[in-house]
Unconditional design. Structure first.
Length: 391
């Protein structure tokens, strides 16, 4: 496989880190900018909403621009967004910085996926896309512990300085090692959305959305939970996040193995059920730290362990539009992150952080329901809806 795919994976990792990197340092940002935890949590929500919605729009607007040039330009804008974050001294300026980073970052992720599929032989295309998505998944689970360790040691702006350095290296890598790639016609957004008229596809995408919503309702506010409910200090909070990140990455690999061995449907349903149980149990394990760690590891492994099975399932039920479904699933995941962060902010403002796990668990139950609805009945051709519409 073309080694430049791994360069694109690094770019996707750097971009993905910015989304949740602020999650572990919410209290530091809130204190420095004199805002509440709930309001500060909206920095995650806004980023995720912009990230999910901007990609298809920007991809359409830039459909005629040569891909290497567009990637470098997007990286420069992404760099400026993070420079603004480092220089920000008010919540408003930091929010603007997050919007700039999210918009440019969303386009970069799509570019990484499309470029990766274009620079390899057709037989390696799926593997190349999977490697790029591995960088995104790893960044989402490792961004928080990295941000937490740097934030506690050097202040909340330190993680953004790291992002700036990594972005500069990414720009250099793309400039020197990527070749010019001419654009291909973009798939119209209307055609993408038409595939959701298929009940099984729509409920499968809804499952991803609800699952991430439930997860982020607690995970987005795990730092205040660890400090208030378990009384952990900064060092121990960092250790817990590191354990969580390692377990989540391992879970992603195990989820793929389980999906291949037992099938996508059993893997998805089992993962959702056990994940939901572990979330509901979290507040009841705080009396014994070792017990909390065991339940948390199960929770963290399944948080991304379901992703390979879910993406494979979408390919199974919609093989004619598998590329479109992967793109829509990425948007569904980020919209879930946005809603989960917002719901978590609402709960923590009006109740206690212990309630975040319970509220998040309710969304997991809803995800189980939509998953069962998706798996019920026979599948119909997804693209037939587009053909009917066109006719």
């Amino acid at each position: 496989m073309n080694k430049r795919v791994y360069l694109l994976t690094i770019v996707s990792f750097v971009v993905g880190m910015v989304e949740l990197i602020i999650g572990g340092i919410l209290d530091l940002v809130a204190e420095d900018l004199n805002t509440s935890l709930g309001k500060t949590g909206l920095l995650i929500s806004i980023f995720s909403i912009v990230f999910a919605l901007a990609a298809p729009v920007l991809l359409s607007l830039t459909s005629k621009i040569e891909r290497k040039k567009l990637t470098i330009f997007s990286l420069v804008v992404f760099l400026l967004g993070n420079l603004l974050a480092v220089m920000s001294n008010t919540f408003t300026v930091l929010m603007i910085a997050r919007i700039i980073s999210a918009a440019s970052g969303s386009l970069l992720v799509v570019l990484c996926v499309t470029i990766a599929s274009n620079i390899v032989e057709s037989k390696y295309r799926a593997r190349a896309i999977g490697v790029v998505f591995m960088g995104i998944s790893a960044s989402l689970v490792l961004g928080v512990p990295i941000g937490l360790m740097l934030g506690n040691a050097f202040g909340w702006k330190a993680p953004f300085v790291l992002i700036i350095i990594l972005t500069l290296l990414s720009i250099a890598g793309v400039y020197f090692f990527m070749e010019s790639i001419q654009p291909k016609p973009a798939i119209p957004m209307r055609k993408q959305l038409l595939t959701l008229k298929n009940r099984r596809v729509f409920t499968a995408q809804l499952t991803s959305f609800l699952f991430l919503t439930g997860h982020l309702t607690l995970y987005g506010y795990l730092t205040p939970f660890l400090k208030t409910s378990l009384g952990l200090t900064g060092t121990w909070v960092s250790i817990v996040y590191l354990i969580f990140g390692i377990a989540a990455v391992a879970g992603g690999g195990l989820g793929g193995v389980a999906s291949d061995r037992f099938g996508t449907k059993p893997t998805i349903l089992t993962s959702i059920v056990i994940f939901g149980i572990s979330m509901f149990l979290i507040p009841f394990t705080t009396f014994a730290f070792p017990l909390f760690l065991v339940v948390m590891v199960v929770w963290s492994m399944l948080s991304w362990g379901i992703t390979p099975a879910q993406q494979s399932y979408l390919i199974e039920i919609a093989p004619e539009s598998s590329d479109i479904q992967q793109s829509l699933n990425n948007s569904a995941l980020h919209l879930g992150i946005a809603l989960g962060s917002t719901v978590g902010a609402f709960v923590i403002e009006r109740s206690t952080v212990d309630m975040n796990a319970t509220v998040g668990g309710v969304f997991i139950i809803l995800a189980l329901v939509t998953s069962l609805l998706s798996m019920k009945g026979k599948n119909k051709s997804v693209m037939s809806f587009s053909n009917q519409k066109a006719g």
